[in-house]
Design a protein. Structure first.
Length: 349
């Protein structure tokens, strides 16, 4: 889900920057892009894609439509943790890249740099998904440079601080083990401040900034703030898994196990009936629920969730990606069975 919010912040930057060019001065166009983002946040992907189809009638051959389609398709793949939309995503990616090159030749430098940065961000995430970490880092740095270039072209684009802030935080986070060296500054606090600024000053992307900030604050050991942001987000987008995941993880990190369990159950109820479901996310929930109910001294309920996780029929890709989770579930099962046996033995005595 963290990758999912990273994709969404790229879409947010697009919506804000293109409003500064002549082709995007029309209010109806800006409203259409805003609806695409809202539908995506509400997990209504078909509605988002249909809105893009309508937008293309107004802006034929412009890169924004292909960029948005690529973003929505990737969000859907990330939400479902699969690659079912990969071929169409690749087609839209290529169309967007070609159209952006044309746009840059026409003199729209800042806007083109923004689209290039967004597309490279998609590519970096794809490398990460495939376990190609060094290619992901190299492409990710290129994407950041394009985003930074967009901000340098127009410093009033407050939404763009989200991209810069996210990069600064996670770059520092990734190098924590050597940040004591004088030539590698710790920019985590600066990164968080920039994301806050994007949330408070942005025009069209405040909610995307809020979601990204919630994930970042959880990582930064500031879960209370993440919980507050998640509750605010759910008031606007009821049932959105973007905010349910951060709310559950925030409660869990705070040690509020009962609240965390209730929210994880809500997410489970949201994804379990889906026809498009490879059980990747459910495995993560089963593991969390195992920990939660063991922490609440309820090994019987913990064992139900653990056994549910171990009962799924998984394809080879999910088995490989969830190898550690499956091992953890097996370990938790032994612990739960031992505790359950001990508690029953105590009752007999």
């Amino acid at each position: 889900m963290l990758r999912l919010t990273t994709i969404l912040f790229s879409l947010l930057l697009i919506s804000q920057c293109y409003g500064r060019t002549a082709v995007f001065e029309d209010d109806s166009t800006q409203n259409a892009v805003s609806r695409v983002l809202e539908f995506t946040f509400l997990l209504k992907y078909e509605a988002a894609l249909a809105t893009i189809d309508q937008l293309e009638l107004e802006l034929p051959d412009h890169p924004i439509t292909a960029v948005l389609r690529a973003g929505v398709l990737y969000c859907r793949m990330l939400d479902h943790e699969d690659l079912e939309d990969f071929d169409e995503f690749e087609r839209q990616y290529d169309l967007a890249w070609d159209a952006t090159e044309k746009l840059k030749k026409e003199g729209e430098i800042a806007e083109a740099d923004l689209y290039f940065g967004t597309l490279l961000g998609f590519r970096a995430l794809l490398h990460q998904r495939q376990g190609k970490w060094w290619p992901a880092v190299r492409v990710g740095i290129k994407a950041y440079k394009y985003m930074k270039s967009c901000l340098e072209e127009d410093s009033t684009l407050s939404d763009a601080h989200l991209g810069v802030g996210t990069y600064k935080y996670w770059r520092s986070r990734a190098t924590d083990f050597i940040n004591w060296l004088p030539f590698i500054p710790d920019q985590k606090d600066e990164g968080i401040a920039l994301i806050y600024r994007a949330m408070e000053e942005g025009l069209l992307g405040r909610e995307i900034a809020r979601s990204t900030l919630a994930w970042t604050l959880i990582d930064a050991d500031r879960p209370l703030e993440a919980v507050q942001l998640s509750i605010e987000g759910l008031k606007i987008y009821p049932g959105s898994r973007f905010y349910l995941w951060t709310l559950a993880d925030g409660y869990y990190k705070m040690g509020h196990l009962e609240y965390a369990g209730q929210v994880y159950k809500q997410i489970w109820d949201s994804i379990h009936p889906l026809e498009r479901n490879n059980h990747y996310n459910e495995l993560g929930i089963c593991k969390k629920m195992g920990y939660i109910y063991l922490g609440l001294n309820n090994p019987e309920e913990a064992l139900k969730w653990i056994n549910q996780g171990l009962s799924f029929q998984l394809d080879d890709e999910v088995k490989e990606r969830r190898k550690k989770t499956l091992k953890t579930l097996k370990d938790l099962k032994k612990i739960a069975e031992e505790r359950l046996a001990n508690s029953r033995g105590t009752e007999k005595d």
